[in-house]
Design a protein around this ligand. Structure first.
Ligand code: CUA
Length: 336
């Protein structure tokens, strides 16, 4: 309804309508309250102005009145709370089977890498109508990934992953901003999101690539010698990584957690922090030895080891004895 209203940014994602509706509701409620308060001020100022021969009368409180003006605002605020919580929860929870894009922010650019291996700088190509999950980290200071047309904004922090997602609904080119002051060139840390029709997108995707990110990760996994301990049989000094991602992991100290992107990341940079039950803290740290891009590739590789299909998610459990795979999948077969 505001599509031609120049103050309103484009509305190009599934989240945009929900966010706008809540925003409009908040403006209307605030506007009504403001009007009500001003009307009361003006009315009372006129009605009870000082007049000759008229004296002020003391009145007692009124319980029904006080209850009314407590209950009604409470109800309104609970509506805002519940509505806001639903919108927030939706925007915080990437749907399963989202297409994944790794984002590395640095002073002062955005580096993006598709799971399929395509790399971009300050530009992100996405297909219309598909869920896209962003797994983001920063090489230096805090940045913030902001796409106004998608009503999506997420801080990007050094030392950990933050996640955001969107589903574009309209082909076009949209602004990407950094929304967190990050140094002198902060205002220049901008880019564009190019939303394409699926066919166009496929054509773009088939352009030059270095192969899937997980394959790059597999290569790094071999080069760094990770394979010698993280074996797919039971003899490894480190846990078997097949089927680990997204599953609960029992730790040596009795805790249980879910193996997500941040856990994999931490286990590479600070292996002693959360040692898997049944293993010794013998793994050296790779802090300083791998770049953010290489870390992303390693995370993508570990993830690919848990994808359903020939790469085998059925072998869940760190210490489950598994026979080496007899069917050689397209990738992921060298890790023995
Ligand atoms: Cu990056 Cu501001």
């Amino acid at each position: 309804m505001f599509d031609n209203f120049p103050l309103w940014p484009d509305r190009a994602s599934t989240a945009a309508g929900n966010v706008d509706a809540l925003f409009v509701f908040l403006i209307i409620v605030s506007g009504l309250m403001t009007a009500l308060i001003f009307a009361a001020i003006i009315y009372f100022a006129a009605r009870y102005r000082r007049r000759r021969g008229v004296f002020a009368e003391q009145i007692e409180g009124s319980t029904p009145l006080e209850i009314t003006w407590s209950i009604i605002p409470l109800f309104v605020f609970m509506v805002i709370f519940a509505w806001g919580a639903v919108v927030y929860f939706k925007s915080r929870t990437p749907p399963r089977d989202s297409t994944e894009v790794y984002v590395v922010a640095k002073q002062w650019m955005w580096k993006l890498e598709h799971a399929e291996g395509q790399r971009e700088i300050n530009e992100l190509h996405v297909p219309v109508g598909r869920d896209v999950k962003l797994i983001m980290t920063s090489q230096d200071v805090i940045h913030s990934f902001y796409i106004p047309a998608f009503r999506m904004k997420q801080d990007v922090l050094p030392g950990r992953y933050t996640v955001a997602w969107f589903r574009a609904t309209k082909p076009g080119t949209y602004h990407l901003f950094c929304a967190e002051y990050c140094g002198t060139q902060h205002s220049g840390m901008i880019g564009s999101i190019v939303v394409q029709e699926p066919a166009q997108y496929e054509a773009w995707m088939s352009g030059g690539t270095t192969g899937p990110l997980s394959a790059t990760g597999e290569k790094i996994f071999a080069e760094l010698g990770c394979v010698t301990c993280h074996r797919t049989d039971t003899q490894g000094r480190g846990p078997n990584l097949q089927g680990v991602f997204g599953k609960p992991v029992q730790l040596e100290d009795g805790r249980t957690l879910t193996a997500d992107e941040n856990y994999i990341r931490e286990s590479i940079l600070d292996p002693g922090a959360k040692v898997v039950k049944g293993f010794k803290p013998v793994m050296p740290t790779f802090q300083g030895l791998v770049s953010e891009e290489q870390l992303n590739a390693l995370v993508a590789f570990v993830k690919s080891q848990s994808q359903p299909g020939p790469a085998g998610a059925q072998t869940a459990g760190a210490k489950t004895a598994t026979a080496p795979q007899d069917k050689a999948p397209a990738e992921g077969s060298q890790v023995q």
